[in-house]
Design a protein around this ligand. Structure first.
Ligand SMILES: NC(=O)C1=CN([C@@H]2O[C@H](COP(=O)(O)OP(=O)(O)OC[C@H]3O[C@@H](n4cnc5c(N)ncnc54)[C@H](O)[C@@H]3O)[C@@H](O)[C@H]2O)C=CC1
Ligand SMILES: CC(=O)C(=O)O
Length: 314
């Protein structure tokens, strides 16, 4: 299993570190326009080999990625304080197009895993540019937001986040929503859990606060330390795990929906089954009317940005 990570910055190296610790790959390649940076990070990471399942790890330019099974794209500009992810589209769409071309000249039909922002729109760009089937082009989508949501609920309810089954769906961005009507703790729907809880908190207000904290987490972190990378490193390692171990895990990745509520070819996240070949299927959603409306708005937000960029013509 050869994995190449395009972009050996904070996110790319965090993914490599997490994948190494989990023993996921035989070979990890870090590719960056700054080849020295990629080489330096690879050497540094390789010094951890005696303490994990050893992996061949090296870094440099695109030719090193030849014959990759999975290519993870993390290259791109990051948000400045106050900028939304969608602000990055002007710079990062062009870059994505170039990276996909470079990547495919060295690997025939890899699974493409897109992480650069705005991740939904760029997943669509990568899919169009690559000509790969939809199930082979996956965005990290709201896997990170879902993790943040579960962590925030866990902190509030004093429960193990792994026992909380709740999902952020839609855009990885400001229009994302929570599928509260399906959220459950150990099989008990959240509403019922709250009704029987001894904490006596202000139910709806608390959910609103948890949603805002989840949605705005990246802004808060960027304000404090400039960018986010550890959380996404672990989130992407979970997607890798699902593919490499063919574990059929349910994850909120971003994939292209042929048609949704009359919107054509739109990428967004919903709980989806991930295995060796990529996307296996999207699960049916049982949303409230308000949530359905919210998801449609989110899909429209993404599609309207896609409509502003031109592919093929430059
Ligand atoms: N989807 C998600 O949940 C998340 C996405 N991100 C996104 O990930 C992206 C990367 O973030 P960081 O790693 O923090 O940025 P960074 O600035 O640390 O790293 C980006 C790297 O890409 C490299 N690069 C630029 N052009 C390249 C090219 N043509 N080929 C190969 N490498 C190239 C740069 O030299 C740099 O080393 C950003 O767009 C950011 O918004 C960040 C966190 C979470
Ligand atoms: C930067 C980003 O997309 C995040 O941390 O959610």
């Amino acid at each position: 299993m050869k994995i190449s990570i395009i972009g050996a910055g904070n996110v790319g190296t965090s993914i490599a570190f997490a994948a190494m610790i989990k023993g996921l790959a035989d070979e990890i390649v870090l590719v960056d326009v700054n080849e020295e940076l990629a080489k330096g990070h690879a050497i540094d990471l390789s010094h951890g080999n005696p303490y994990v399942k050893p992996v061949k790890i090296y870094g440099g330019g695109y030719p090193l990625s030849e014959g990759s099974n999975i290519v993870i794209i993390t290259a791109g500009r990051t948000q400045k304080t106050g900028e939304s992810r969608l602000h990055l589209i002007g710079d990062n769409a062009k870059l994505m197009k170039h990276i996909v071309q470079e990547t495919l000249s060295f690997s025939k039909a890899p699974l493409l895993l897109i992480v650069s922002n705005p991740v939904d729109v760029l997943t669509w760009v990568a899919w169009k540019e690559s000509g790969l089937p939809k199930y082979r082009v996956i965005g990290s989508g709201t896997t990170l937001d879902t993790a943040r949501l579960r962590q925030n609920i866990s902190r509030h309810c004093h429960l193990d986040p792994r026992s909380i089954h709740a999902y952020v769906i839609g855009e990885h961005g400001d229009s994302e929503i929570v599928s509260w009507s399906t959220a459950n703790i150990g099989g008990v729907l959240l509403g019922e859990f709250c009704d029987n809880c001894v904490n006596n908190c202000q139910g709806k207000d608390v959910l609103k606060k948890i949603y805002e904290e989840t949605k705005n987490a990246a802004y808060q972190i960027i304000k404090k330390k400039g960018s986010t990378y550890f959380g996404i490193g672990l989130a992407v390692s979970k997607i890798l795990e699902a593919v490499i171990n063919d574990s059929h895990s349910v994850l909120t990745v971003s994939t292209i929906h042929e048609e949704f509520e009359g919107i054509k070819e739109v990428p967004f996240s919903v709980p989806s089954v991930i295995g060796r070949n990529g996307l296996e299927r999207v699960l049916p959603l049982n949303l409230s009317l308000e949530e359905q409306e919210g998801l449609k708005k989110s899909a429209l937000t993404i599609r309207s940005v896609i409509d502003t960029i031109s592919i093929g013509g430059g």
